[in-house]
Design a protein around this ligand. Sequence first.
Ligand code: BTN
Length: 265
Amino acid sequence: MESSTGAAPDDVPKFAVDVLREHLIGCHLGHPLVYLPEVPSTNTYALRLAREGANDGTLVITNFQSAGRGRTGRVWQSQPGQHLALSLVLHPRFPPQFLVMASALAVAAAVEDQAQLRAELKWPNDVLVAGRKVCGILIESSGDYAVLGIGVNVNDSLAHAADLRDRAATLAELTGCPIAREPLAGAILKRLDELYGQLQDDSAIAQPAIRTEWASRLVTVGRRTRVVQSGNVVEGMAQGVDEGGALVLLLDSGERRMVTWGDIE
Ligand code: BTN
């Protein structure tokens, strides 16, 4: 029988969730671990668990996300059994922008370690390789919880996606060989576990350290930049980021503007 995507189920690579479980021994994040072979959106699923009182660190991960959500209402596309789509229910005791920074740093470190590719960060929360997006991060918070969603383009190719292929890529396209998803997910979550623990336990030291490392890896800084904010455009020279991660833009008028959200074109 064919799935709705046209792929025969037997041809879909399996996700070895037990291998991921082994990588997460000793981590705070990933317990409990909810594995779903297919789900519309791990973030939507995790938001429901969060509303029902799920513990800090609850992980939802799938082999195929059929209706993934991106930032500012966009769709996040996936193919069955090729990518990483995961969400964590968290109860952070620090501002959400540090969760963005910690996640982007964790993904960048894991990509470098597992795929031997140099990763770059694009403000506010993308991970790029060779100028193409390989990972998107979506944080949705309410009350005392935040759901952190991470999507990584891992295997196969985005060549079929005319709207994506020039600005996004899979790790396999960039390395020329398939990448095992379980150790990649393990590496992301282990590094994030360390950074999240530091932020939860000693925010005063961890926040400036994480912000400095994140800022030093931003390819955005030093470039002429257009930030689109639901129809509005702010344009100028990106001079840096402030203590909270806002982008500091020098507008043509000479005004310095702190931009806290938006998409860079
Ligand atoms: C973006 O760059 O627009 C953010 C994309 C975030 C995608 C991830 S995949 C796992 C989680 N579940 C979702 O529906 N979205 C996030």
